[in-house]
Design a protein around this ligand. Sequence first.
Ligand code: TYM
Length: 345
Amino acid sequence: GRRVLTGITTSGTPHLGNYVGAIRPAIDASRQDAVESFFFLADYHALIKCDDPQRVRRSRLEIAATWLACGLDADRVVFYRQSDIREIPELTWLLTCVTAKGLLNRAHAYKAAVDQNLAGGEDADAGVTAGLYMYPVLMAADILAFNAHRVPVGRDQIQHIEMARDIAQRFNHLHGAAYRAASGSDREPFVLPEAVIDESVATLPGLDGRKMSKSYDNTIPLFEGGVRHLRESIARIVTDSRAPGEPKNPDGSHLFAIYRAFASAGEAQALHAALTGGLAWGEAKRILFERVESEIAPMRERYDTLIARPDTLEDILRHGADKARAVAAPFVAHLRDAVGLSDFR
Ligand code: TYM
């Protein structure tokens, strides 16, 4: 069978970018026959960006409730917390030891931190933790522990998936033969994972037109704050100063880009024509709000119920962790054997 896997970092409140970039395509993929899905809360990754335990705790609850509210079927999908799978940090170390340091020097997130430091006249690595530097290896372990084939993500994650492929290839090359001997199988230890990008929404812009992101504080939360907050956020989307009646350029508008991520091709064409014909921005915002709200309103009801039931969420995630470990534990045991960490007997 084909394996689909994706995760969300538990350092903030889920927003429309997470939904259209990862949650919606992942849940769609999980409904196909013959697909095994692994969806998880990347709570070890959260510690890289966030040293506020309250925030991490709250975010884990919000993201757990969000996945389920959006239609994840916990009986069909393996749904778990990264930090419940002790094979992941174990595999992270095995992978760390075959990963070129130079590869990690080229990671976007690390490079951005260095560039910012240098621009500010600081030491290149000022304030950079080893956790930030190692981020791509932990992410490779997330994917490779389950030998996932396909990883639905937004465009910002492509480089990480490419690095996971590089690391997998290196491990296969060094330890493939020993793995085959240890496991009695005739295949490579790791499948090379591929990113699955929904091209119509590859990067959803936020209120100010930059990528919608917790770090830019330009997000539209998916459920938190309720329908009122959704309406107010959409009202704050920055538009150009063209007045009602003046023709607008939809292709340069992030309001239109957000609409396209929710609308059918026909609906998008209709709004495109209306804006070109001079539709007022205020009216376009109303249309966008109605469209988003009609898709997420039923989910928000489920979200509000789930977020008030941490015990239920805990049970679901523990059960998911058992299922996930049943897959990862025997596999990582073979990998340990392959690198030489086997029993003496
Ligand atoms: P994170 O938590 O930043 O984002 C979760 C998912 O949402 C997507 N996304 C977007 N997609 C489109 N437009 C946007 N504006 C937007 N903002 C966020 C992200 O691309 C991502 O798919 N490192 C990952 C979490 C992770 C992971 C993994 C993912 C850890 N291990 C293994 C896949 C496989 C992250 O921080 O995503």
